[in-house]
Design a protein around this ligand. Structure first.
Ligand code: ZN
Length: 407
């Protein structure tokens, strides 16, 4: 029998900078906490319907999951953000933050939050709302703005800072919206500020509601009952010249870039979060075939990103970069590749890497599913249960682990 400690996401933030839904980085959300097991209490996102549901509060993981499923089901039936968020009050201690670029944002259940609005003339309003006064708080559809919820966890050395940090971060979110930063950048900066100033710092993660990107389990712990990655600490180093990057702790072994000898820049976890959910014009979609070895896909993506940044969409150059990575020991357990093993689609900014030769002529697998088979199985079971396309979120992991154990 697995024992999972109860947990509360103590920071939820959702930002909308483009209520038309056109800007690929115009709506984003994130969660974190001082508590461990943040993977139970983060969020769900519908890629198809562009909404996210963040959860938190003091309820157990099962009631939290039930409240999320309930909210997702109502959203599927075209409920407003406000009515979906109000479902949280049916579950003792639970909190839901529900929103999307065009539907606005609402928070319901147990919360202490600010609603931030920014008008067309640049005037910023931040208004405090608390569940002790009853009801929900809402950022109306069509309005640029944000909702931030923040409380301190028991045992946090910075206990008592939440009220001040909640307000200051809300004001800074308003200023960044006014100054034209995209929602993905604002969520990243807000999470950095909250982590530094309030100590509610363990990820958690974030999603881009417009483009369907998520940090996945970049910051979640490997084992149960541990805290996630501290969002205000160093996460990786990256090369200024070619974009190559490597995570801690192995990055401590690198003083200069092993690909091009360029200088390395230190990246904090909240910045890595922002990079992971922000769509840039040079983002490359990289798919890896032939091996599902842990870490292979992410390292391959870093090498391909770096190669494309430097040499463009050139199969020979990409193959050379990958082979260099193999020779350097960055990639392990795979053979050298040849240019014919690299499938380049410049128009869709996509690169496929085949690590083991297929029999006969290679044919390209479907390009619209750049995820591994295991994840698809998990997503499939969730889709069947809820009837909506949901991109991973780790809130389900505890339930999945339990059901696998019971088999
Ligand atoms: Zn480099």
């Amino acid at each position: 029998m697995m024992c999972i400690n109860s947990v509360a996401a103590t920071c939820n933030v959702m930002v909308i900078t483009d209520p038309t839904g056109k800007d690929p980085n115009g709506a984003a959300a994130g969660s974190m906490s001082f508590a461990d097991n943040m993977f139970q209490s983060t969020f769900l996102m519908s890629k198809e319907h562009h909404f996210a549901v963040l959860s938190g509060g003091t309820g157990g993981s099962d009631s939290r999951l039930d409240s999320i499923v309930d909210a997702v089901a109502s959203l599927e039936n075209n409920a407003s953000a406000a009515s979906a968020a109000s479902i949280a009050s049916k579950y003792k201690g639970a909190r839901l933050v529900v929103g999307g670029p065009e539907m606005g944002i609402s928070i319901g259940g147990s919360f202490d939050a600010y609603v931030v609005t920014v008008d067309g003339n640049g005037s910023i309003t931040v208004t405090p709302y608390s569940s002790t006064s009853g009801g929900i708080a809402t950022l109306q559809p069509g309005q640029k703005g944000a909702i931030i919820h923040l409380r301190n966890s028991e045992g946090n050395p910075l206990y008592g800072t939440a009220a001040t940090v909640r307000k200051e971060t809300a004001i800074n979110i308003g200023k960044m919206i006014r100054d034209g930063y995209p929602a993905t950048t604002i969520v990243s900066e807000a999470m950095g500020e909250v982590a530094n100033d309030s100590g509610e710092k363990y990820g958690g993660g974030a999603v881009n509601l417009v483009s369907g990107l998520s940090t996945g389990d970049m910051f979640t712990p490997k084992d149960l009952n541990e805290s996630g990655y501290p969002m205000n600490e160093v996460y990786s180093k990256s090369c200024d010249d070619c974009g190559w990057s490597v995570g801690y702790p192995s990055s401590e072994n690198y003083e200069v870039c092993p690909v091009c000898n360029g200088e390395l820049t230190t990246i904090y976890a909240y910045e890595a979060l922002g990079n992971a959910i922000t769509v840039t014009s040079d983002s490359v979609s990289v798919s890896v075939y032939g091996s599902e070895k842990p870490g292979l896909a992410s390292t391959t993506k870093q090498i391909v990103d770096a190669s494309v940044a430097k040499y463009g969409y050139d199969a020979s150059a990409i193959a050379t970069s990958i082979n260099k990575g193999i020779n350097n020991g960055l990639l392990v357990g795979v053979d050298h590749v040849e240019p014919k093993d690299i499938n380049v689609k410049k128009d869709s900014k996509a690169v496929g890497v085949y690590y083991t030769a297929l029999n006969g002529d290679k044919s390209s697998p479907s390009w619209d599913l750049p995820v591994d088979a295991n994840l698809l199985n998990i997503l499939g079971s969730i889709q069947t249960a809820i009837g909506v396309i949901l991109i991973l979120l780790v809130v389900f992991r505890s339930r999945l682990l339990k059901s696998f154990q019971n088999r």
